[in-house]
Design a protein around this ligand. Structure first.
Ligand code: AKG
Ligand code: FE2
Length: 331
């Protein structure tokens, strides 16, 4: 256990094959079964790459608003890509104290899903400056995708499934979103949140952050701080893994305090089921948790959901960005 209570898991054996992957899978299972969050060490991702993405992000957010607006989210249309200003995103109906650049799997205009007008699919909007943003982000997203698949292998083994279960059933073509957030310093007199309380939508989130801190997790024992360590990656469970496991792995609410000490940069990467996947409960019946709709932050029951992951995600995103709601439900 870390001093703050979040478990630390060495995922080295799942990433490199050295060591005992079954023991690492067991540690992961225990971590995700307690509070749905884990601090990952041994992840093998080069810290210099994180520093590159962080530096490029800072250079981008420091540009004048008109330059950032060259890649404004409105230009990304239904693909939900590009920059949004401070206050442009609403979590739980309230504007957040953050700005962000939204990215995802980069699809060209002739990809069948883009041609069909599928929401959240399309090309990334790359800023002209800084030049290193695109190569750094592309390398980072590739590293996160590989790590997410390695971690999912461990999750599967921990649940008594074959190691390639997720790859075969849900993530052959994962839905991938990546965000770069900037939380500018906000005076202590100003209330509100960097990001208000919420859960993540998909399978797994992998988060890198700088040293400023502010991320809080609602564990069973109360709210705890996630230590702001740039060298670790923070893993958390999304709604679909919670649904599949009947709450054994919990999609745990979390929130971000507004930054009081400086410009905070965070890099959440979301590795989620394929768009057309229908996520069903696994046959793990005996340890199924009771239905949680009444107590969940959004009142949604993960036990009774129907439809594809794409439908679930589109409905969620339309609440956060009301501008996307317009016709976002179908092609
Ligand atoms: O910025 C952070 O630390 C967390 C962001 C987050 O929770 C999210 O994007 O879902
Ligand atoms: Fe989140």
């Amino acid at each position: 256990m870390a001093p703050d209570g979040l478990p630390v898991v060495d995922v080295g054996p799942l990433v490199t094959g050295d060591g005992d992957p079954v023991a690492a899978a067991g540690a992961l299972d225990a971590a995700l079964s307690s509070d749905g969050f884990a601090v990952l060490v041994g992840h093998g991702v080069d810290p210099a790459l994180r520093d590159r993405v962080d530096a490029a992000a800072r250079a981008f957010f420091a540009l004048p608003e008109e330059e950032k607006a060259e890649v404004a989210m409105a230009r990304g249309g239904r693909a939900w890509r590009g920059w949004f200003p401070v206050g442009g995103e609403l979590t739980s109906g309230v504007p957040d104290h953050k700005e962000g650049l939204y990215l995802g799997t980069d699809l060209s205009a002739d990809h069948p899903r883009v041609r069909a007008g599928t929401p959240l699919h399309g090309a990334n909007l790359w800023p002209a400056s800084p030049a290193d943003l695109r190569p750094a982000v592309e390398a980072w997203m590739a590293a996160m995708a590989a790590l997410a698949e390695a971690v999912l292998g461990g999750v599967a083994v921990g649940l008594g499934l074959d190691r390639d279960w997720f790859a075969r059933h849900l993530t052959a073509e994962p839905t991938v979103l990546f965000r770069i957030f900037h939380y500018p310093p906000v005076p202590a007199s100003e209330a509100g949140w960097g990001v208000a309380e919420h859960t993540d939508y998909g399978l797994l989130t992998l988060l890198a952050q700088d040293h400023h801190g502010g991320l809080e997790v609602r564990t069973r024992g109360g709210w705890v701080d996630v230590p702001p360590d740039p060298d670790v990656l923070v893993l958390n469970v999304g709604d679909m893994l919670d649904r599949m496991t009947g709450g054994r792995h919990r999609s745990t609410p979390h929130r971000v305090r507004p930054s009081r000490t400086g410009d905070r940069i965070s890099l959440p990467y979301f590795h989620d089921p394929g768009w057309d996947a229908e996520v069903r409960p696994l046959p793990l019946a005996d340890d199924r948790a009771p239905d949680d709709a009444a107590s969940r932050w959004d009142g949604t029951s993960l036990r009774t959901l129907e439809g594809t992951y794409g439908e679930y995600l589109t409905a969620k995103v339309a609440k956060v960005f009301p501008a996307l709601a317009d016709g976002a439900g179908g092609p």
